[in-house]
Design a binder for this molecule. Structure first.
Ligand code: HEC
Length: 240
């Protein structure tokens, strides 16, 4: 019965993937407690994403506290000199302008890691490829006809799609680098993983507190078991 269930679930996931018509997702080795990585990810976010996207649910002050940074350090890497420390991560982009330029407003990314999952985000960020039929000049391997431009083409280098004929239609089977970027593929993967770590953290900043609390709970339980053990021994010595 269990096996049957597993097969059905597996079948369903394959169907879901197939129906998207996209490449299989790359696996993101998320480690949200790798603070230097989340820190670097936040800096990338400020430099490359905040021109268009917001993270309304996260404040700079909270980010600084969670990353164990002083206000000055956070200003240096993420916020800049002019910004307000107690503000959320907002974008200066005007909604009307955005609609004019992209036809879609760039969504708030507060909960995107929960909505899409880390693997999807990682694949999306690595998945832009040249497509001359699009206004932005690019398409995306996991988000067909996306309105977002490729903000990392200089770092990554431009990617070209590899198509194969399948049942008479062209199917995307892979991507290949057509020109060198400022980063090596390994460096670029690392940078995108940093960004994904940051977005996973941002979707639930409370997870740091939970971990800290969890440590206290485990400690308290250990302490309690030692006391109970001693107590048990004390009782039994009388009986023996
Ligand atoms: C020049 C503006 C611009 C910049 C800069 C930008 N984006 Fe976007 N982004 C968009 C637009 C517009 C969309 C909506 C695309 C659509 O729906 O077709 C979008 C969509 C997305 C989505 C998909 C959301 C969904 O619907 O699931 C993600 C994830 C995303 N962006 C992440 C990022 C990240 C991370 C960065 C920084 C590395 C970034 N974006 C930089 C404009 C931008």
């Amino acid at each position: 019965m269990k096996i049957l269930f597993a097969i059905v679930i597996l079948g369903l996931t394959f169907c879901a993937q197939a129906s998207e018509g996209a490449l299989p997702l790359a696996e993101a080795e998320v480690d949200v407690f790798d603070l230097p990585s989340v820190h670097r990810g936040a800096a990338y976010f400020a430099d490359y994403c905040m021109g268009c996207h917001t993270i309304k649910h996260l404040r700079y002050s909270r980010l600084a506290k969670d990353l164990k940074l002083t206000e000055a350090e956070l200003r240096r890497d993420v916020l800049g000199e002019g910004g307000k420390f107690h503000d959320s991560l907002l974008s200066a982009l005007d909604r009307e302008d955005a609609l004019k330029w992209f036809a879609v407003a760039p969504p708030d990314l507060s909960l995107i890691a929960r909505a899409r999952g880390a693997d999807w985000l990682y694949s999306y960020l690595k998945g832009f490829y040249a497509d001359s039929t699009r206004g932005t000049g690019v398409n995306n391997a996991v988000f067909k006809d996306v309105a977002m431009p490729n903000v990392f083409w200089e770092l990554q280098g431009l990617q070209k799609p590899v198509f194969k004929k399948h049942d008479g239609s062209e199917v995307l089977v892979g991507l290949e680098l057509a020109g060198e970027g400022k980063m090596s593929p390994q460096q670029f993967d690392r940078a995108m993983l940093d960004l994904v770590n940051f977005l996973v953290y941002a979707a639930e900043p409370g997870q740091f507190d939970r971990l800290r609390l969890g440590k206290y709970v485990v400690f308290a339980l250990l302490f309690l078991s030692v006391i109970l053990y001693k107590l048990k021994k004390a009782y039994w010595t009388d009986i023996h």
